[in-house]
Design a protein around this ligand. Structure first.
Ligand SMILES: *[C@@H]1O[C@H](CO)[C@@H](O)[C@H](O)[C@H]1NC(C)=O
Ligand SMILES: *[C@@H]1O[C@H](CO)[C@@H](O)[C@H](O)[C@H]1NC(C)=O
Ligand SMILES: *[C@@H]1O[C@H](CO)[C@@H](O)[C@H](O)[C@H]1NC(C)=O
Length: 387
């Protein structure tokens, strides 16, 4: 017979109490899991990946030309191609791939040095020793390939970043934030870096917002932000902040997605949903072991009907959450915020109109003071160590 030692018993009690203090009595993580699964099951699908696994498991090639070897590219040394993520990934996340055994291509422990390049049209990613030649705005050649490859739709090849980036030019330097004020019906663009948003409804409805106008999406309408596809959020997934105003009411008794990056097949790694005057969600980090790693907020109460401010600041391993002026803080196992192949969707499965304003995301963890200034004066945080 197995007996619990007193120590085990005390630990279980502490875990049990911590769980309930964090979740609030009555609203369980199971209910959140159900709500998330339900909303994701009929979510607008994630965008397709332009690439698929190539001739070896650490190579990838254009989806439309899978047999043309010249289109193949190799993942950085020791990484494997992950179709699910649409990106190169640690081999332990990719089934049946051991780059050291399965890839005939020599795996370099240190990246090869960048060759001498014509910097006007060539660039090199020093950390992986891969270099590219810009052919024209939308296409590039990989190393000594003779055939050019085309950037994904709506992207251009940027010689400075040495990769395909959003078509809109980056306007502001000195910021690593994106801000959607939702003030102009015809232009739902991030005002700091001009990040492109797509898929918006034919007719965009604006309402009186928290600062200027706000956005109202009818059930199933959405706005997609493709830039986050296959990318870790924030700075290497270890520093990230997101905040927004959302209008909630007690009468809205079906769960509604505010923002997420998942669908029926792809687990979101960022999700916020409202349910009456409560909010649930968060970010999923690598160290979290539970089934729904976005369960950082569970049914946090947003008091009365109306506008509410929600913010999350992650600095590995600490998550700070803010609902209006209440601040809980906790640390879980930490690790990078996980990436997936999905674009970020605002709405997409709202069961009643979603009303949102002033969405801000930054590559660093906001301080408490910055969050107060953002909430009270709409002052965009500034990364103090930014050069
Ligand atoms: C850019 O180059 C590619 C490959 O050579 C070509 O297919 C494409 O039409 C070019 N685009 C423009 C806008 O010139
Ligand atoms: C590939 O191009 C680089 C840079 O121009 C050159 O140094 C190298 O010799 C080329 N390799 C092959 C195999 O042609
Ligand atoms: C949309 O807003 C951005 C950022 O303010 C601006 O650069 C761009 O020209 C605007 N586009 C249109 C069509 O008004």
């Amino acid at each position: 017979m197995h007996r619990s030692t007193p120590f085990q018993f005390v630990s279980i009690l502490v875990i049990y109490l911590a769980w309930h203090v964090k979740l609030g009595w009555g609203q369980s993580i199971e209910t959140y899991n159900e709500f998330l699964a339900m909303t994701m099951s009929d979510m607008y699908p994630c965008s397709e990946c332009h690439f698929v696994t190539g001739s070896e498991c650490c190579r990838f090639t254009l989806r439309d030309f899978p047999t043309v070897l010249l289109f193949e590219q190799q993942c950085p040394p020791s990484l494997a191609w992950n179709d699910r993520l649409c990106n190169c990934d640690w081999p332990e996340n990719v089934q049946k791939c051991d780059p050291l055994k399965d890839c005939t291509t020599q795996i370099a422990q240190t990246p090869p040095p960048c060759p001498a390049l014509n910097l006007a049209k060539q660039c090199c990613l020093e950390n992986i020793g891969q270099w590219y030649t810009k052919v024209n705005d939308t296409s590039f050649r990989f190393q000594n390939d003779t055939i050019a490859q085309i950037c994904p739709l709506d992207q251009i090849f940027d010689i400075e970043d040495c990769c395909c980036v959003d078509r809109a030019p980056k306007v502001a330097t000195g910021t690593s934030c994106k801000h959607w004020p939702f003030d102009i019906t015809t232009n739902i663009t991030d005002q700091l870096q001009n990040t492109l948003a797509t898929d918006f409804p034919d007719e965009v409805h604006m309402v009186e917002g928290k600062f200027g106008e706000g956005l109202m999406l009818q059930p199933n309408e959405r706005i997609s932000i493709a830039e986050f596809t296959g990318k870790t959020l924030g700075h290497k997934g270890r520093q990230f902040s997101i905040g927004f105003w959302v209008y909630t009411q007690d009468a809205d008794t079906s769960p509604t997605i505010i923002i997420s990056n998942g669908d029926a097949d792809v687990n979101p790694t960022l999700a916020f949903l409202s349910f009456g005057n409560t909010i649930s969600g968060g970010v999923g980090t690598a160290g979290e072991t539970r089934d729904t790693p976005t369960a950082d907020y569970i049914f946090r109460v947003l008091r009365n009907d109306g506008w509410h401010y929600v913010a999350l600041a992650y600095s590995d391993p600490f998550t700070r959450l803010y609902v209006d002026d209440v601040r809980p803080k906790f640390s879980e196992s930490g690790g990078n915020i996980m990436a997936n192949r999905c674009q970020l969707n605002i709405g997409g499965n709202n069961r009643h109109p979603l009303v949102i304003d002033e969405l801000v995301m930054c590559d660093f963890a906001w301080t408490s003071r910055q969050i107060v200034e953002l909430r009270e004066a709409n002052t965009i945080p500034f990364r103090e160590d930014w050069q």
